[in-house]
Structures are given as C-alpha cells and as structure tokens.
Design a protein around this ligand. Structure first.
Ligand code: NAI
Length: 368
C-alpha cells in the first residue's frame, strides 16, 4: 500500500466539509497529516499517517490539553513515526499512524468523540483507532458509534495495556540478562514512572516476580494504591527518573530523557512502556557512552499492538496466541542487542536498522 491509497479518501473528506474544517498538512516523509475541527462539538484533532508501506495504519488516539497546535502536531508526528517502527520491527502487516485530540480528557464530550469517529471513517480503514493516554474503552466505544475502524474497544476482551506491560516485562528480563547475567527480577530495584493502564499492570507483574518497586504518578491515589498492593516505595514525580535503581521504566509520557538530564540518571537499564522515551537519538548515544543499557521503546512496548493485530487478523479472540506473540519481543530484543554489540552502534540505531530493512522489503514486494 502507498500514500496514493489516500487519494480515495479525499471524496469522503469533501463530503464532511459542511460541518468539519479539514486541512491537509504537508510534511516530507509522511503519507498524510490532517487537522480536523468540528465547531458544533468543539472537536480539535490531528490525524498523522506516517507510512502505509506494510498495510493500513493502526494507532492509538491520545487526548491531551496541548498548549498549541504546533505542540500537538509535533507529538502526533513523532507518535505516528514510532508506530511505523513498532509495527515493522514486530513483523506486523500494518503501517504507522496516530491521532491526537486537543482537550482535557475529563472535558471530552461524547458528541466530540462521535464527530471524531465520522472524521476517521472517511479514511475507509486506512486508519484504525485504538487506545492511548487519556482515552479509555468507554471513549473508544463512543467513537465506534460512528465508525467500524476501532480496535481494542471490547470490555470482554480487555484493552491492550496488559499485553503492553507483559512485553515490557520480557524486555526488562532480556536486559537484566545482558547486564547481570540472569534474567531474574528477584531483588532487583525497578522504578516505574506513571501508573496507568501499562504502568500499574507492569508494577503488578514485577511484584509477583520479586522486584522491589519505586513508583511515582501525578495522581497520588494511584501511587498509594501501588504502595498498599505491591509494597512499592513512592517518590515524587520529579525524583523518580533519578533514583538509584537497576531498571528505570518510564510509563507515562514521552520525551522524559534528554541530553541535559541523562547525566543524572542512576539506572543501569532503561526499559519502559512509554512511546518516544528519548527526546532525540543523541540521548541513545550518550546512554551508550555512560554504560546505561537502553531497551528501544518501540520494541518492548509493542505488546498491545501485537495483541490487537493478532486478534484483528485472526478474526477471533485468542488471548493465548496474543500472549505468545508478545513474548517473541524477547528474541527480537536479544538480536538487536547482538547487532548493537557487533556493529558498535547504539541499541536504538540497531533497532532502526531492523525497521529500515523491513520497510525496504515491504516496498520491494509492493513494487511487484
Ligand atoms: P494512561 O493514561 O493509562 O496512564 C498514564 C499515567 O501516567 C497516568 O496514571 C498519569 O497520571 C501518569 N502520569 C502522567 N504524567 C506523569 C508524570 N510526569 N510522572 C508520573 N506519572 C505521570 O496511559 P497508558 O495507556 O498506561 O500509556 C502510558 C504510556 O505508554 C504512554 O506513553 C503510551 O503512549 C504508551 N503506550 C501505551 C500502550 C498501551 O497499550 N496502553 C501501548 C504502547 C505504548
């Protein structure tokens, strides 16, 4: 599939023009970016389709009170690019896309969610929406009233977050094996930033595996819950990134590690569920120099996506198959660590090489 696939969607977008203000934002390297305003419901959204080489894009909807359209645009572009990487590295037949709703999630109305559903419906399945920060199953169900192109909406099946957390556990274990010679979490200190769908499930899995947890969340109730249930030590959100620990696991928002703060990180391993943990690729090089092992985020946080795609492709709910596929993250990560060691490049650069190769193969097979 190529970006020309989107030409078929323009007629459907035109049909919305009486009610919606939709504009295409041109950016090199992206299949298509569209901003969408719906005055009646107050919806302000941006959809970014990064790459459709391997198939239609499946990616979460993030709801966040961005301070400007530029901030939202930069976030959605980075997130959609990460989805391309995640899908390609996991060997999934899908492309990379993501959308953002510019709003406080508590103030998001059901009319705005349904309007968003109508907007994405115009893409006839080239974009399939799923959960991300600020969007839960109830919101997905509201979007689904206006479009069939939604994944992970069923309460019976459950959202993807636990599968994501399970993949992060696999990533942490492989990383422990590299650094300490054993994959066991027993007695290891693991600091988790953010206790939402992913972070809380991760805390529970790691508790049962014997890790000692240090946690923070901007919501003190979640942190308290984690302390009571999993004997976690609670620290402030500003302190969490810099506590001495074996593994630092950012599971809130992205861009938390940058060139100015990486020198203060006292973890031996960084392995988290958040998308785009590093503000730039240079941070990966800096971590390499400082002897901090980085498990590339889009490799180890692919569990939820793997689960959604496995379910969608099979057409039936098969959690066991999803779990087994998620556990393959361990072997993918191990081979990335091997390539990084042999080629003397950062683990991030090694992961990017794998993605580039998968996209090259996809383009070659599309050309035939
Ligand atoms: P969520 O919205 O359920 O949880 C985020 C949590 O982080 C909330 O509890 C929030 O209070 C907390 N938080 C926000 N800022 C914080 C800060 N500065 N310090 C400490 N806590 C903070 O989101 P979810 O679904 O758990 O996703 C977390 C991250 O994982 C996001 O970056 C998301 O893009 C990424 N991700 C999620 C997947 C999923 O399956 N849910 C899949 C792949 C990536």
């Amino acid at each position: 599939m190529t970006s020309s696939t989107l030409e078929h969607c323009f007629q459907a977008l035109d049909a919305l023009s009486e009610e919606f203000q939709i504009e295409q934002i041109e950016r090199p390297g992206f299949a298509g970016i569209f901003s969408c305003m719906h005055a009646k419901s107050g919806l302000e959204a941006i959809l970014s389709l990064h790459d459709l080489t391997l198939g239609p894009a499946l990616g979460g909807v993030r709801c966040y009170p961005y301070s400007s359209q530029n901030e939202a645009l930069s976030d959605v572009m980075n997130l959609s690019r990460a989805m391309t990487h995640k899908a390609a590295a996991s060997g999934l037949p899908i492309g990379g896309g993501k959308s953002v709703l510019c709003a406080e999630s508590s103030k998001l109305s059901s009319t705005a969610l349904r309007a968003f559903g109508r907007f994405i419906d115009a893409f006839s399945g080239q974009y399939i929406a799923a959960k991300d920060v600020g969007i839960g199953i109830s919101e997905l169900q509201e979007i689904r009233k206006a479009t069939e192109y939604v994944a992970g909406w069923s309460r019976d099946i459950g959202g993807p977050s636990k599968f994501t957390a399970w993949g992060v556990v696999a990533g942490i274990e492989v990383s422990l094996e590299q650094v300490f010679g054993s994959s066991s979490c027993k007695g290891k200190t693991i600091a988790i930033q953010g206790l939402g769908g992913v972070g809380m499930a991760l805390a529970e899995f790691l508790f049962w595996k014997g890790a000692q947890l240090i946690v923070s969340d901007t919501d003190p109730q979640k942190a308290r819950f984690c302390a009571e249930r999993f004997s976690a030590q609670v620290v402030s959100k500003d302190a969490l990134l810099f506590v001495p620990c074996d593994v630092l696991s950012p599971c809130a928002l992205g861009g938390v590690l940058f060139e100015e703060n990486i020198g203060s990180v006292r973890a031996k391993i960084v392995a988290g569920g958040a998308n785009n943990i590093l503000a730039s690729p240079q941070v990966a090089d800096e971590m390499d120099k400082r002897g901090i092992l980085y498990a590339p985020d889009y490799i180890i946080n692919a569990g939820g996506l793997i689960r959604l795609v496995t379910e969608k492709l099979a057409g039936v709910n098969d959690p066991l198959q999803g779990k087994c596929r998620v556990e393959e993250i361990a072997s993918t990560l191990r081979s990335i660590y091997d390539v990084a060691r042999v080629q003397k490049i950062s683990t991030m650069a090694a992961a990017d090489l794998l993605v580039a190769e998968r996209l090259r193969q996809g383009r070659a097979s599309n050309a035939h």
